[in-house]
Design a protein around this ligand. Structure first.
Ligand SMILES: [Zn+2]
Ligand SMILES: [Zn+2]
Length: 427
């Protein structure tokens, strides 16, 4: 009998990790739910823009310290990193929350409505957690407390990454996750898990995808330069307006004729066309601006290459020039396929199999991708819309009416805690 039982135990230990800790996690998560909601409401009332999350960071750092963690502040300007050492040897699991709010004036009416304002891009504006990062911070503070309460049982350590400026800042090129990585936060990490609340997904659900999940976002500027002339003698011009119209049409063929749309979608959108000043002057230059969204490095390379070729060759054929500048912002958020396959049962345990939903690729982007370029990582969407709500009638992220159903937070606490202990048990 022994010979039979031992291998079975070994196999189940491999597949389900420290699943015996789940009841403790559930109990601790439930006990902490109202605290998580209170933290979120406080952050919601006092939101801070990217790289200015001083108050938020202090509350986070004080909390992590009160749980007995080693805490580093001022990482990537205002970021906070806390390390919880488990009682047993094992891997380092990183968990990430972003802390920044947006220049949006809140229109909700509840007691914890935002009271903060700021000057952004020279304009006076309200500040609002209109992307739900307040919930990310509160949920991860909850996870920290849950896991700290069982640290002797943990087979490994947990790194809590509270990152600033996910939404970007105006004054510097490197910020947020990219800067956290540059400062070495991922060096001793084995795997990373993170989530984004979703105001248009029902509470209780988790949305996931394996491989490329969210798009890479890149901005472009093109200057098309021709020869200026009197509008009455176009033959003496090299007309940058006609050339630009051909380039705009040509760029549409990248997605329709070059991208394998059965593998992943892509987007090329022109956001602005600026040129000319008077009815009877053909101008010298036209400026085009816009954005490109792609999934995975290979597709991004293809789209960028075709973009440059089409713009410059069409310009050349007209006798004009096109100066193409593409600025890479965030890479594609790619969920590591093997890790995703390994951890999917854990998500199903946390939310119930029917509530873990394979979702379409998301065309928004996330700087969480910078962590995933260093170590295997998973990013998921957590439901924050009231049950039975209509996603199409529910305010989307980045809008003044953005609203979260707070009953969805506890699943975030449980899911991140489950992922942590299960991953530790698998190594
Ligand atoms: Zn956002
Ligand atoms: Zn966000």
């Amino acid at each position: 009998m022994k010979k039979l039982i031992l291998p079975l135990l070994f196999i189940s230990g491999l597949s389900f990790g420290q699943s015996s800790l789940r009841p403790t996690i559930d109990q601790k998560a439930e006990a902490i739910e109202s605290k998580v909601i209170d933290w979120r409401r406080d952050f919601h009332k006092y939101p801070e823009l990217g790289n200015q999350e001083v108050r938020t960071a202090k509350i986070v750092a004080d909390h992590l310290r009160s749980l007995g963690m080693e805490v580093t502040e001022g990482v990537a300007v205002t970021g906070v990193v806390g390390v919880l050492k488990g009682g047993k040897p094992g891997p380092m699991v990183a968990l990430r929350a972003d802390m920044d709010a947006l220049p949006v004036t809140e229109r909700n009416d509840f007691p914890f409505k935002s009271v903060n304002t700021a000057v952004y891009n020279g304009q006076e504006t309200g500040v609002m957690h209109a992307c739900g990062h307040d919930s990310h911070v509160a949920i991860l503070m909850g996870v920290a407390e849950v896991l700290a309460g069982m640290k002797n049982e943990l087979e490994g350590s947990v790194k809590f990454i509270f990152q600033p400026a996910e939404e970007g800042v105006l004054d510097v090129d490197t910020f947020g996750a990219k800067q956290m990585v540059a400062e070495g936060v991922m060096e001793d990490v084995d795997a990373i898990f993170g989530l984004h609340i979703d105001s248009q997904r029902e509470v209780g659900q988790i949305g996931y995808r394996t491989g490329p999940f969210m798009a890479a976002a890149d901005f472009f500027d093109i200057t098309i330069k021709g020869v200026q002339a009197h509008g009455a003698s176009p033959w003496s011009s090299v007309d940058p307006i006609v050339t630009t119209s051909q380039i705009i049409t040509g760029l549409q063929t990248i997605v329709s004729r070059n991208v394998n749309i059965t593998e992943a979608p892509a987007i090329v959108s022109i956001g602005g066309v600026h040129g000319g000043i008077r009815h009877n002057i053909i101008p010298e230059t036209v400026e085009l601006i816009g954005n490109i969204r792609t999934y995975g490095d290979e597709q991004q390379e293809l789209v960028h290459r075709r973009f440059e070729e089409i713009a410059t060759k069409i310009a050349e054929s007209a006798g004009a020039t096109a100066d193409v500048r593409i600025k890479k912002l965030y890479p594609s958020t790619v969920n590591h396929p093997e890790l995703m396959a390994k951890m999917l049962p854990t998500l199903q345990e946390a939310a119930g199999t029917e509530n873990v939903i394979l979702v379409d690729p998301i065309t928004a982007s996330e700087d969480y991708s910078f962590y995933q370029r260093e170590k295997p990582g998973i990013f998921m969407m957590l439901g924050g819309m009231k049950k039975g709500g209509d996603p199409l009638k529910t305010p989307s992220h980045h809008t003044p009416d953005f609203y979260l159903d707070e009953s969805g937070f506890i699943l975030g606490v449980r899911a991140l805690s489950y992922l942590t202990v299960d991953y530790m048990g698998m190594k």
